[in-house]
Design a protein around this ligand. Sequence first.
Ligand code: SF4
Length: 294
Amino acid sequence: MELNLQELNKTEFPVPVELENNVAITSLSQLYNWGRRNSMWPMLFGLACCAIEMIATASSRFDFSRFGFEVMRATPRQSDLMIVSGTVTKKMVVPIVRLYNQMPEPKYVLAMGACASGGGPFKEGYNVVSGMDKYLPVDVYVPGCPPTPQALLYGMIALQKKIDGQSIANGDDVPWYGVGPSEPTPIPVLGPDIIDPRQMDMIRRQAETAAEDTELLGVRELPSTTQVAAKSKVEVAEKTETVAEVSTDALNFKLPTGGTPWSEAEDIREKRRLRALARKAIRASRRAEDADEG
Ligand code: SF4
C-alpha cells in the first residue's frame, strides 16, 4: 500500500509543501488509528449466500486489499475483523461467539446482509437468530440481500471512519487498554432453544413465576404431555380392563412438525439404548484385551 503521509497531517502546525511527503506532524491517537484502520485482517469464514459476495469482494475485481483489509486469516488469533456474512442459525451462533472470544483486542464485527443484521427473510424462524447484535457488539451493518461487493466495501470504509474517530485518550473508545483482563462475551447455550446466559436471571424468574402460577401452566398443553397422559390412561385402563376411546388416537398422535408416533418412538428409543449398551460392552472388552496384551 502506498504511504500517504498527507493523511496524517491534520494538526494546526503547517508542514512545508516540499516536505509533505517526508514529514508528518500528528497526534499519537491519529498515528495509532491510521496504523489500525489500514491493516484490518478479516477472519476467513462465511455462513450462507452473503459469503459468495464477500468472496467476490476479496477477489481481483473488487479487491479489498486496496483498502488495507489485505489477506483473510483462517484463524481468529490473527484476525481483528469478523464479517458475519450470512444466516446465523441458533446452532452456529455458539461457535461464532466462541471464535469472537478467541480474537485478540482490538476487534470489530461487521454484520453483512439482512440475515446477520436482523434475521432477514428467516426472521423469527425456528432455527435462526434475529440479528447478530443480540450476541456480539456489531460495529457496522451492511444492508441488502445479499449486499453487493460495493456495499460491503462501503461498510468496510465506514468501519475505517469509525476507527478514525477513536481516541486512545478516551477509555470508552479503547476499553481493551483498561486495567485487568477484559470479560469474554458469554457463549450462548444451545438446548431445545438457544439461551443467552446473560438472560439467565430473567429466564429463571419467568420459570419461577410459571411454577407458582398453576393456571398459567395449564394454558397450553404440549402434545408430548398429552401423549404421556394418554399412555398412563391406557395402562390404567388395561389394569382395570376398561378401554379408553381416545387413548389409541393419542398414542398415534403425530407432532405438527412430523416425527414418530409415541408408540413407535418408544421402540426406537429402546433399540438405540440396547445398541449403545452393546457398543459400550464391545469397547470395554477391547480395552480389557489391550490391557492384557500390554
Ligand atoms: S441476507 Fe439474503 S443473501 Fe444474505 S444470507 Fe441472508 S438470504 Fe442469503
